[in-house]
Design a protein around this ligand. Structure first.
Ligand code: IMP
Length: 431
């Protein structure tokens, strides 16, 4: 397979970092195609820890091209800080190793401010629990056709016109929220200052990507967040503002849909969610606490405690379908070690009716009562297992049942954060 898309198949935080790093070592081009610095990917390479938010994971490996595609929303000030931190760790980042699509919309300081103000003003039940990074307002401006995009930074007159257009919308909105109007000249000065740092990385990414594809280069599309946070197919309105599902990989860099050869879904052996919104299998008891503690379930970007619950096979079957997942990477199986009984959600009871998928309305989602199937747990440790023979029979049965229920095979099984602690069934890049 030449080109592989990695997508989170739950609510994000499925453990994409390790898998993406493993795949990026063998890829020629690694690209981000949606989201922004709301993502948090931790990579551990030769004992060194790299924390990435906006940069594709490929940047920490020499000889690769990393790409930020047009499907992303980019905070240029954050990006330059992240580049500086990674450079301090001894990694070289140059316009030869990092390219940013010229048509990428920028996240401006007003977007973060608006995001946080809305969240603060929201009442219980309407709060989204965003990362406060301005992602939603920046995407709103994109579809509202008033974004400042990377290419606009190249020309002072164009930049002024774009800023004025954005402020025509934002100033009245800010007034309504009790904010001062934007200091236009200060914003322009900030943008002109950052332009010199960003523009060297700007490139016609769609063209470069098509050339790379023609040349037979291996492309890895690095998804952020998870398919249940997708703007169309997620638990709307408690979602992020981009399309997270695999189809976006092509659109988000300027390739045709045929460019995708294999979709790898990353799936945690249980379920977690950060932020607000329905979560049918959530556990607010000792079992939930145990999953959180054993799984170190704290957000990489915001440090927030993640909500934890049993594995929801209905949801994952759904996300495997909407992303066309060819195989999954099942992560954190070891967190389930020592549970006497494990539960898997196989359907929902909604007002007395059995459903085998999550209904679309948030109100109905909130009323869905999970129908569980129980399986015996295992007492042995699965941490660090590197072959099926290292796993207890009950753990293998659990994995096989997951495959059956989600209607998708396991390609990789990850049993610890260490890269070698992986059982490989199918190599997504193999021909
Ligand atoms: P936003 O993307 O900051 O607008 O946040 C919208 C929702 O997506 C919130 O529930 C966030 O907690 C969630 N979210 C955003 N990025 C991530 C991520 O990388 N991992 C997990 N959840 C995320």
């Amino acid at each position: 397979m030449a080109n592989v898309v990695v997508v989170g198949a739950q609510w994000g935080d499925e453990g994409k970092g390790k898998i993406v790093d493993w795949l990026s070592e063998r890829a020629d081009v690694i690209c981000r195609f949606q989201g922004g610095h709301n993502a948090g990917h931790t990579l551990v390479i030769d004992g060194k820890v790299y924390k990435l938010h906006a940069l594709p994971s490929g940047v920490v490996r020499g000889g690769k091209l990393s790409v930020i595609g047009n499907g992303v929303v980019l905070d240029p000030w954050h990006l330059m800080k992240e580049i500086a931190t990674i450079r301090e760790q001894g990694v070289e980042i140059t316009p030869e190793t990092l390219m940013i699509a010229e048509n990428t919309p920028l996240i401006l300081p007003i977007h973060g401010e608006l995001d946080r103000a809305r969240e603060e003003a929201a009442s219980k039940g309407t709060k989204i629990g965003t990362t406060g990074r301005g992602i939603g307002p920046a995407y709103e401006d994109k579809v509202g056709r008033r974004s400042v995009r990377v290419a606009d930074l190249a020309d002072a007159a164009t930049l002024e016109a774009r800023v004025d257009r954005a402020l025509q919308h934002h100033d009245p909105l800010r007034k309504g929220l009790g904010f001062e109007p934007v200091d236009r000249d200060a914003l322009l000065a900030q943008l002109n200052e950052i332009a010199d740092h960003i523009l060297p990385f700007a490139a016609p990414v769609w063209k470069v990507m098509n050339e790379k594809r023609k040349a037979g280069k291996r492309i890895l599309f690095e998804g952020a967040q998870g398919a249940l946070l997708d703007i169309d197919f997620g638990t709307y309105p408690f979602v992020t503002s981009s399309n997270v599902i695999a189809g976006q990989a092509a659109t988000g860099v300027g390739l045709g849909p045929g460019a995708i050869d294999y979709v790898l879904g990353i799936v945690k052996a249980y379920t977690t969610r950060v932020g607000e919104g329905p979560f049918p299998t959530e556990l607010e008891d000792a079992d939930g606490q145990r999953l959180g503690e054993r799984g170190h379930e704290f957000g990489t970007t915001t440090g927030r405690k993640r909500r934890c619950g049993w594995f929801d096979a209905c949801l994952v079957r759904q996300t495997c379908a909407t992303s066309g997942v060819n195989g999954i990477s099942l992560t954190k199986l070891d967190v389930l070690d020592g549970f006497e009984t494990l539960k898997i959600c196989v359907g929902y009871d909604l007002d007395g009716k059995r459903l085998d998928y999550l209904p679309i309305a948030a109100e109905e989602q909130a009323r869905c009562v999970p129908i569980y199937e129980e399986m015996p747990g295992w007492s042995q440790s699965t941490e660090g297992a590197r072959s099926w023979a290292d796993l207890p029979a009950e753990a293998i049965k659990y994995v096989r049942r997951v495959e059956e229920l989600i209607e998708c095979p396991v390609a990789l099984l990850s049993t610890s954060p260490e890269r070698e602690d992986t059982i490989l069934v199918t190599d997504p890049f193999a021909d």
